[in-house]
Design a protein around this ligand. Structure first.
Ligand SMILES: Cc1cc2nc3c(=O)[nH]c(=O)nc-3n(C[C@H](O)[C@H](O)[C@H](O)COP(=O)(O)OP(=O)(O)OC[C@H]3O[C@@H](n4cnc5c(N)ncnc54)[C@H](O)[C@@H]3O)c2cc1C
Ligand code: FES
Length: 256
């Protein structure tokens, strides 16, 4: 049986671009358990505040378990101050991962909005040996959220970027890049992670072109284990928990 709770050690914690940090953890055997789309639930402090753990997608699980994160509030602020050698209490990897593309799939499209890019490096590690076209459509607000995509390219991923201010790539939202998607339901598979409006746009596109896909959803979490129901979201088949039923759902399932 997999151990769920662990104390892990910070190996490094530094910025990869003006807005995002990469935290590498010595997480022992957990690196072999992590699947693309899963998350770890981190207790960012030994103190009382913030009381609840914070969830982060696994960015890479190789020698270390890595997350990519944006500082948006108290929990991530504290996380950004953690130094090499610090110990953290972590649950996971948790949640339902992305499925593998079906054998007939010839184009895998990863669609990421901002920090929603986090689950896709580990996904591209898993897809590296598959003889399929792999593209990443990355939409950011500005250059401050654009980092070096070398590791994606090394895995054979072609990266296309858009920024809302036009500082990198195509000017506008990530939907401006949807022209790169082959509209063939038999051979194209979409995977998306990002803010709700972006996921809603991906869902509309998938519906319009009858494309299969999956989306990774976000919700504020407490237990992270499917017990408190605090992270429930409406879906076409009733309420489901993001932490346990998700975070990955069929693209047609969530009601955005
Ligand atoms: C499955 C999952 C995977 C995630 N992966 C990543 C990741 O790889 N990298 C990353 O930077 N962030 C990720 N997040 C979001 C991350 O958990 C939140 O940004 C973090 O919990 C904020 O904590 P905080 O204390 O800094 O901010 P808080 O002070 O708690 O909140 C600051 C702001 O962020 C919003 N917020 C807080 N938690 C969430 C949440 N879970 N979803 C959406 N909005 C939230 C709040 O409403 C508020 O507006 C993920 C969330 C989920 C559910
Ligand atoms: S956070 Fe408790 S059920 Fe998801």
């Amino acid at each position: 049986m997999h151990k769920i709770q662990r104390t892990v050690t910070v190996v490094s914690n530094s910025k990869v671009c003006p807005q995002y940090y990469r935290l590498s953890l010595d997480a022992g055997s957990a690196v072999n358990e992590a699947r693309p789309g899963q998350f770890i639930h981190i207790r960012v402090t030994d103190g009382v505040e913030p009381f609840f753990r914070r969830p982060f997608s696994v960015f890479r699980a190789a020698k270390t378990m890595d997350i990519l994160y944006d500082v948006v509030g108290k929990g991530t602020e504290i996380l950004s101050s953690r130094k090499r050698g610090d110990r953290l209490d972590v649950l996971g990897p948790l949640g339902t991962p992305f499925c593998e593309p079906a054998p007939a799939v010839r184009q895998v499209v990863m669609i990421a909005g901002g920090i929603g890019v986090a689950p896709f490096l580990i996904f591209s590690d898993f897809l590296k040996k598959k003889r399929v076209e792999k593209i990443l459509l990355y939409g950011a607000r500005a250059q401050a959220q654009v980092f070096d995509f070398k590791a994606f390219r090394k895995n054979g991923v072609e990266v296309f970027a858009s920024t809302e201010d036009g500082s990198v790539g195509v000017k506008g939202r990530v939907t401006r890049l949807f022209g790169k998607i082959r509209q063939d339901p038999q051979t194209t598979m979409l995977y998306a992670c990002g803010p709700k409006p972006m996921l809603a746009a991906v869902q509309d596109f998938a519906k319009g072109h009858r494309l299969p896909g999956q989306v990774s959803c976000e919700e504020v979490m407490a237990c992270g284990l499917g017990a408190c129901l605090g992270c429930s979201i409406p879906t076409v088949s009733g309420y489901k928990t993001v932490c346990h039923d998700g975070p990955v759902f069929d693209v047609h399932e969530p009601c955005f």
